[in-house]
Write a protein that binds this ligand. Structure first.
Ligand code: SF4
Ligand SMILES: [Zn+2]
Length: 347
């Protein structure tokens, strides 16, 4: 099975043809981790949207439907308002559902004015923006890092260490070499990288999703990412993933799988591991049985904000009847692929 670009384009065109309301800038506060727990501000800027996504894009991504060209002045007015309301955050995460350094989404002048506004808030220590590798050239990064007083961090959707999965299952449109080149350029310009790892891309079993995420988190760290963020797939409207989900050919990962991945990466990655699952506990997001979802979700979020493994250890000790169902699923998938119970001791 594979993600057919033609099929993805057809679904995208159908989704884009739906009548949409112009989205607004939105923001909220949440807990995050730098050298310790910090207050973070999340800010979503509506821009024209990801060029790759508008042309079809990734199999799981519906963010382009929340995108809308917004005049720079309006963007800046909203940004200033958001900054005043976010208050004393130390870490600011800016998302524009695309690439911050694509001038078609945010032109250079507007990005500099955004940075000037951030510089007025001396408590902010780190600013994260997001971008695909093709927009991370030296000139753009140097200009941004020079203009911005806090540490700049770029989030890149690395998703997986496997070029096969990135191309055939996700349709990501770049290779591991593109990612490595982008990380090197960032590091040379004093910009840190947060790598996003997609947990359970379509066409992978639960167990393959776990193994792929562990391998990918470790690889991203070795390539130079200083923070690793696990992104479990959530089923967005008008995406290939939604079509598969409706046909019962795809299910989002279990929350137990996220706990396992975070624990498996413990010895391998000496950098913050983060996970803020969207839609957790819902049918379209990472979930367990319904009874333990909120408890397991809280353990994951508490771990992300503190990096204390005791939260994950404790939730495993308390357990839930569905834990055995999850393990059984991994066994049955294994039988289907010729993996036998001895292998399970390693799970
Ligand atoms: S996941 Fe990122 S790169 Fe892929 S379509 Fe969405 S915004 Fe674009
Ligand atoms: Zn349960």
């Amino acid at each position: 099975m594979r993600a057919f670009p033609g099929e993805i384009r057809r679904i995208r065109q159908r989704g884009l043809a739906r009548k949409r309301k112009a989205p607004k800038t939105i923001w909220w506060r949440e807990r995050d981790y730098l050298e310790g727990e910090v207050k973070a501000g999340v800010l979503i800027l509506p821009t024209r949207g990801c060029a790759w996504g508008l042309a079809g894009g990734c199999a799981m991504c519906g963010y382009v439907y929340d995108s809308f060209p917004t005049p720079p002045d309006r963007l800046l007015t909203d940004f200033k308002k958001a900054m005043d309301e976010l208050g004393d955050v130390e870490y600011l995460k800016i998302f524009n559902s695309g690439s911050f350094f694509d001038p078609r989404e945010i032109d250079r002048e507007t990005s500099y004015r955004i940075f000037d506004e951030i510089n007025r808030h001396p408590r902010i220590r780190r600013v994260q923006v997001e971008a695909r590798p093709e927009y991370l050239d030296r000139q753009a990064l140097r200009g941004a890092a020079e203009r911005l007083t806090p540490q700049l961090e770029v989030g890149i959707g690395f998703e997986t260490v496997s070029d096969y999965i990135r191309e055939k299952c996700i349709n990501k449109g770049f290779t591991i070499e593109d990612f490595k080149r982008a990380v090197k350029t960032c590091i040379k310009e004093g910009v840190e990288v947060k790598a996003y790892i997609l947990v359970k891309p379509p066409f992978l079993t639960e167990k393959e999703g776990i193994q792929d995420a562990v391998r990918s988190g470790y690889a991203a760290y070795k390539y130079g990412a200083s923070r690793i963020s696990l992104n479990p797939v959530a089923v967005h409207r008008d995406t290939l993933v939604e079509e598969l989900w409706k046909r019962r050919e795809y299910a989002p990962p279990w929350l137990w799988s996220l706990v396992k991945i975070l624990r498996d990466l413990r010895e391998k990655v000496h950098a913050p591991l983060l996970c803020h699952p969207t839609g957790a506990g819902k049918a379209r997001g990472a979930h367990n049985c319904g009874r333990c979802d909120s408890r397991v979700y809280k353990a994951i979020v508490n771990f992300s904000a503190t990096q204390k493994y005791e939260y994950l250890d404790k939730v495993l000790e308390t357990g839930c009847a569905c834990y055995e169902v999850w393990r059984t699923q991994l066994i049955l998938e294994g039988f289907a692929q010729g993996i036998f119970p001895d292998d399970l001791r390693r799970l």
